[in-house]
Every structure is written in structure tokens, then in C-alpha cells.
Design a protein around this ligand. Sequence first.
Ligand code: SD4
Length: 289
Amino acid sequence: SPIRPIAIATWNVPNSTAAAWKVLKEGGTSLDAVETGVKMEEADVNNQSVGKGGRPDRDGHVTLDACIMDSKGNCGAVVYLQHITHAISVARKVMEETPHVMLAGKGAEQFAFEQGFDKEDLLTKKSKAEWLEWKKEAKYAPVINIENHDTIGMLAIDKNGDISGACTTSGMAYKMAGRVGDSPIIGSGLFVDNEIGGATATGQGEEIVKTVGSFLVVELMRQGRSPQEACEEAVNRIIKNDPNYEKIQVGYIAINKNGETGGYCIHPGFSYRVYTEQGHENIESSSFL
Ligand code: SD4
């Protein structure tokens, strides 16, 4: 019988999976679970890859990307959002309160204020100090598993078997102003098909966008691959396309309708968390290298 409810997330984010699990355990929807879950990381100033405390772009601005998708195929996204911690909740409002899927920059910010979100300064002292240090050399060479660690992508199945997903990030540290990655792009950073399963990604967003990674993982599962096999194939596709793959990290996680999960990445060091009735664990992902 299918494993449900269940919540999984990229990286070792026990607070997020525990918060999602609580929602699921109390009979809540997978949509509420993934939003509640990823908000924990958005609010955590010690997680420097998402929300408040996120690392800024080259010019010192923290700009957030996020998207959310429900079991009916609805989705919402924000890109280049500034001054608001809970980008995922703004994305959900875009999904539920507008006729659109994606809002960017100033428009997204204005919409968020209209919806009652508070204006905040997202650049913490720590992230600012590190950015000033980086600026001395201003060399753009992301450190694998460090500078771009901890973007959170989460997938959940509720007691009714409905699947939802959420993905939220401050993007690659010290990116060019205006750069948008995979995380808010439906099909790249996240995809859910309630008949099949869901997938979400972390790492170098450009590579994920170029291969429409999360959609690819879900379509591979539709063709009969297990979540693990589908994640492996999506990583292999990146490796085949990019001779410089050793310099980048990409990780995928996936879940199918039965609650089976998988994860795969290029470099060792990526892990994902799984929370079910059986307990809570951090699983070290297998890797190409
Ligand atoms: C991006 N995929 O903006 C994100 C970064 C990331 O953990 O995943 N960091 O490209």
C-alpha cells in the first residue's frame, strides 16, 4: 500500500520536514504542508540560501525566487522578489488570488504589500559582511555544496494521496543583478503531476533550466522509471550536455504516487530528508562523482 502521508525535502532541513509532517499528521493538505515546511527555512537567518539572511547578488541585494504547485496542476511563482521573507507565501497568493502564474520584481513586491506582507530588510549583518569580503576579489566561482547549499525544495503527499510541491531560494550567491535561476520555474526547479509524482531540484540553476529537469524527472517516472532512476537520468542528461560538469553541483529529489523516493546529484555531499510514519531521516544522496 502507498506510503502516506510523507514529506521530503532537499538538504538536511529537519525543522522544515517536521513542520510539514505536523500539518500532514493533523490531516492537513499537502499544499499547506509544503508551504508551512519551507517557511521554516525562509525565516531562518542561519540558512544563507533562502529567505531572510540569504546571500545577496553582486550588488548587495537579496532577491528571492520561489514557486509552488498543487495537486490540481495549479501553480504560482515569484522571481526577483525583494524585501519579503516568505516568497513561497507570495507565490501561493499569485496562484490563488491572480489570473497569472508568475510575478516579477517590483510588481511581485507591490502585489505582496497589497496582500498584507511586511516590508523587511533581508540582508543580515553576517551575509553583508561575507559579501563585502567577497567583493574584494569579486571572483564568481561558486563553492560546491557551500555557497549554494540549502535552497529548499519540498514535496509532500497527504492522507488523500494528493501531491504538492514548493521550492524557494535566494539564488546563487553573488549572482548578477536580475539573474533568475531554476527554483521559481515550473518544470525546472519543481514539477508535480498528481497522477505520477513530483520532483524538485537544487544546485546550479542554469543547468537545471537547460534540461527542464524536474519535468524531465516526472515524465521519466511516467514512463516507468523509479524515482531514483529518474533522478539519475536527469543528472546524466546534464553531464552529457556540459563538459564542465565537474565544476558544478546539481541535485534532484523525487517521489512517486506510491510514496517511493529517490535522490541523485553530481558531487557527493547532497542529502535529502524524508519524514513518514516510520520516522524522520536524512538520506545521503548517491552521486555521479
Ligand atoms: C539557483 N538552484 O538559484 C538555485 C540555487 C540552489 O541551493 O539550489 N542553492 O540556481
